[in-house]
Design a binder for this molecule. Sequence first.
Ligand code: FES
Ligand SMILES: [Fe+2]
Length: 444
Amino acid sequence: MLSAEDNELITRSGPDTPAGRLLRQFWVPVLLSEELPEPDCPPKRIKVMGEDLLAFRDSAGRVGVVDPVCPHRGANLYYGRNEHSGLRCVFHGWKFGVDGRCLEMPTMPADSPYRDRVRLKSYPTREWGEYVWAYMGPAAEPPPLPRLAFALVPPSHRYVSKKWQDCNWLQCVEGALDTTHFSFLHMLLGTEEAETAEAVMERIKHAALGAQAVRNDRFKWVRDDPMPAFSVDEFPAGLVVGGARKADGDDLYWRIAHYLVPNHALAPSAFPGENYHGQTFVPVNDTSCWIYTYTWNPDRPLTEEEREAARQGHTIHAQVDEHYVPYRNLRNDYLIDREDQKRNSFTGIQGVSEQDAAIQDSQGPIADRTREHLGPTDLGIVRMRRLLLGLIRDEMAGRTPQALSHPDEYAVLSGGWVAHKSKALDEVMTERFGNPLGYVGQER
Ligand code: FES
Ligand SMILES: [Fe+2]
């Protein structure tokens, strides 16, 4: 559990909060690139960590993320005209570039001092992995982008999406690191055939990929051992979180996730040849967030069937409407089917992502961590909180997170493996990925 003070400290992300200042030292995704589909397309309202902003793509294809309030008389630039190389306020014609500079000020005399002085607040942007990222921090020179593995593969090898969630971003991070819950939340009922909904999809898609990939035993192991033994290794970009369940004989079945500071998590499911999944959690405000969700395969392009499955809300993706809001959400009780809950699945809710959302939202708009009773299977969550609170306290003391100078360390893979019970987490990772951290980037 956390004290009430620490729960406030770790969950609040506004510009005047310590965690908000910490998050702003890192690049955060603020849009899918497809939301600004072409030069001079309509601007898009966005809200990031409590800040109302406007994103637009100029004639050269560059993306601006700016304060939407026109500095002349406060009209909202959302109604602006996205013209040749700038966004023009339709009230009196002031025009702004993606960097916030005022390019034209037709109502002011030629010698007005405002011409050099007036700017819109703007944040640097980059497009990376088919997301628009913004740097909302204080440094004049933004840090390098995190070299997340999904963004290093060609676009043909990945599928990216985003989904709305009605709770504080941190309980979504915790849900991603809590690999224990697979023994219940995502389980289908039944006897020997019991499999998670996610597992069924993965098995069907990868049935041709060899013995290791189709070992359905892993789903039996997940079902039969709800108390995995956790090990956590720390490295400059975050944590490797391994949960080991009893397998057959002297083997353990490991499901290994990553927490990458401050707001990324990689899923623990992939065996060699299978698709990898990850998520980046970005607060909209303190009681809702966008989850940027990615699936990729380092070895081959994704098939059209896999893309369609993601669009339909399989694996880690949600089935969303045109505003990226899941069809099954808090406002309709996730379309829970009590009959299905009796007969087929633990939740009666369709979709792994929607099952996660239902239960994370149910913890409250901001989960009250003062009332918890944590045990050994919550070790990954405990270590993540400790690391994040440490970074927040560092921020309050003026110290810079070391992860900012280690962007290459983000190039890691998470996944599953079966290993003899004598093996420690770093040995299992080395067997699975050839590296104790799952590193797949350039040689260090
Ligand atoms: S309010 Fe925008 S130009 Fe006047
Ligand atoms: Fe889950």
